[in-house]
Design a protein around this ligand. Structure first.
Ligand code: NAD
Length: 516
């Protein structure tokens, strides 16, 4: 009986399966396969620290659309004219009201209701404080400081952050960068806040986080719902008033290149994914030219991966994001779609929905589009068993974290659909984050070519080691050495990636021992 089975027997009465226990299945499977030391397994089974705290924020006054049923009461109310840049539009149709809106304004208000010229009736919702739940999970630091992204999303939970933090432990080991794993963020829909509120929330979050993070302790980065602007604010809050603040720049990665960010970081995750896809074709004596792909998520990872893949000659056939799904059998012009989504002031939700040069299809129709590659680059848990049954592709290349469920994995394997697992597929981001951290420590600035040369070498050599573990073909070549990692039998790619991570982490415990 494996030690995992004994564990399950011992704890099955007290523990119900969660997304964390589900995500850890591959860890336990690989740990059993390599006979991972029992104590190392215990160190990795649960996070080192689970920090949960609250951040409060004073929300500004809003103008919220008046419910239709109340409208007749105000049909004689005249138009109000406010300075347009004193009103910040939000996704839910309301406006955050700034005092400057009143400069030269003509306001007609009754019972807190006003009619905005050309827009309709709105009720004034006075500013009020609100509390948000915040997290930072530090999973493991055997190989170096905790490292991982910051997610602002309405659907986060402790369990989800535990999954994502553990994934970072595996990913940093696979990328062979000297970091451990962490993850954190706030339970908030950032699109429901004005830019000033988002800034205040971020500063407050970092204020609470400051005792827990640092350039040699825990290094946050962007993730879903955060970007280089948010990272700039986190950096400022951490370093404000510090005597040697420039030496602390490495506390945050994913910064703007003008304030210590690395060239190539914005595109790094998409770029890394493209390198693994290139390598997958190279194994078959081919290139991505002439292939086709479908994509879920057109954010940082999805849009950059799409841009790079189309440069390599692959054709984008369909895209799904939070707003909708588009399809064009003749191929979608990625540059044009980027302009439609990101450089279009009327596209408030930054969605591909409504893109005029493609058909609008249902979300689930995406999975029926025949293509060579499926790139999930949105949220986790999207490729379930039933989705995997429908896919008409040869390869799933995971850009998102955890997009395929264990059921989905089993179905893909049964159907012979190949897999580039997330922990190598999207490791480009953390690899370039490491380059950013090194540049900050050395006060250097590398060119994009230098960054990408290093990234290509790192991703492709680690990908080759994983492929060798998967096929049980130990090799030592000029670019990689898999002899230490193969386990004497063939395993699927996801297990192979985990084997590599665990062997690299285990070495630290074996060679350094445990503190007593
Ligand atoms: P992003 O916020 O820039 O984009 C997210 C995209 O997903 C958007 O296009 C959004 O519309 C779409 N989306 C959200 N909910 C959806 C839903 N329910 N159905 C379909 N689409 C939906 O985020 P990102 O930085 O591109 O990250 C995407 C994924 O990649 C996440 O899983 C993240 O953890 C992972 N990842 C990101 C990085 C990075 O460097 N940004 C690195 C490693 C992994």
């Amino acid at each position: 009986m494996s030690s995992r089975t004994q564990d399950i027997e011992r704890t099955s009465e007290s523990r119900r399966p969660t997304i964390y226990t589900e995500a850890m299945e591959v860890f336990h499977h690989a740990a059993d396969l390599i006979g991972l030391d029992r104590r190392v397994r215990m160190e990795l089974e649960e996070p080192d620290y689970e920090h949960i705290f609250y951040v409060t924020l004073k929300l500004h006054t809003r103008l919220v659309p008046l419910p239709q049923v109340d409208a007749p009461k105000y049909k004689d109310l005249g138009d109000s004219e406010l300075l347009p840049d004193g009103l910040e539009p939000l996704l839910d149709g309301s406006f955050v009201f700034k005092r400057r809106a009143l400069i030269n304004a003509n306001v007609q208000m009754r019972e807190g209701v006003m009619r905005l010229k050309g827009k309709g009736l709105y009720k004034v919702l006075p500013g009020r404080p609100e509390r948000f739940k915040a997290y930072r999970i530090q999973h493991n630091q055997a190989r170096g400081p905790y490292k991982g992204g910051t997610r602002y999303h309405q659907d986060v939970s402790l369990d989800l952050f535990k999954v994502l933090a553990a994934e970072m432990t595996w990913k940093t080991a696979i990328a062979d960068v000297p970091f451990g794993g962490g993850k954190g963020g706030i339970k908030v829909d950032p699109r429901s806040l004005s830019s000033e509120e988002l800034e205040a929330l971020t500063l407050r979050y970092m204020y609470r986080l400051k005792p827990l993070v640092g350039p040699n302790l825990d290094i946050p980065a962007p993730d879903v719902g955060t970007d280089a602007n948010v990272m700039g604010l986190m950096l400022r809050q951490y370093t404000d008033g510090e005597r040697e603040r420039h030496s602390l720049r490495g506390v945050i990665t994913g910064k703007d290149t003008r304030i210590g960010g690395s060239e190539g970081r914005v595109k790094a995750t998409g770029q890394g994914l493209a390198y693994t896809i290139q390598e997958w074709f190279a194994e078959r004596g081919s290139t991505p030219a002439g292939s086709s792909f479908v994509l879920q998520g057109f954010g940082n990872v999805g849009s950059n991966a799409a841009e790079i893949l189309t440069h390599l000659g692959s054709k984008l056939l369909a895209v799904n994001d939070a707003g909708g799904t588009i399809y064009n059998p003749h191929g979608i012009d990625v540059q044009d779609l980027i302009t439609y989504v990101y450089e279009n002031p009327t596209n408030l939700r930054r969605t591909v929905a409504g893109y005029p040069k493609a058909q609008q299809i249902g979300k689930s129709d995406l999975w029926d589009v025949e293509a060579d590659i499926c790139v999930p680059a949105a949220l986790g848990g999207e490729i379930t068993g039933s989705v995997a049954e429908r896919l008409k592709v040869k390869l799933v290349a995971e850009g998102a974290n955890g997009p395929t469920t264990p059921d989905g994995d089993r179905v893909l394997a049964k159907r012979g659909i190949e897999m580039i697992p997330d922990i190598i597929g999207n490791a480009g981001g953390v690899t370039v984050s490491y380059y950013e951290w090194v540049q900050n420590k050395r006060m250097e600035h590398w060119s994009e070519t230098e960054v990408n040369t290093r990234l290509e070498q790192a991703i492709k050599s680690n990908y080759r080691i994983i492929r060798d573990i998967s096929r049980n073909t130990p090799r030592r070549t000029a670019t990689h050495n898999s002899t230490r990692y193969c386990i004497g039998k063939e395993v699927d790619m996801r297990t192979a990636a985990m084997v590599l991570a665990l062997k690299r982490i285990e070495a630290h415990y074996q060679l350094e021992g445990f503190s007593q």
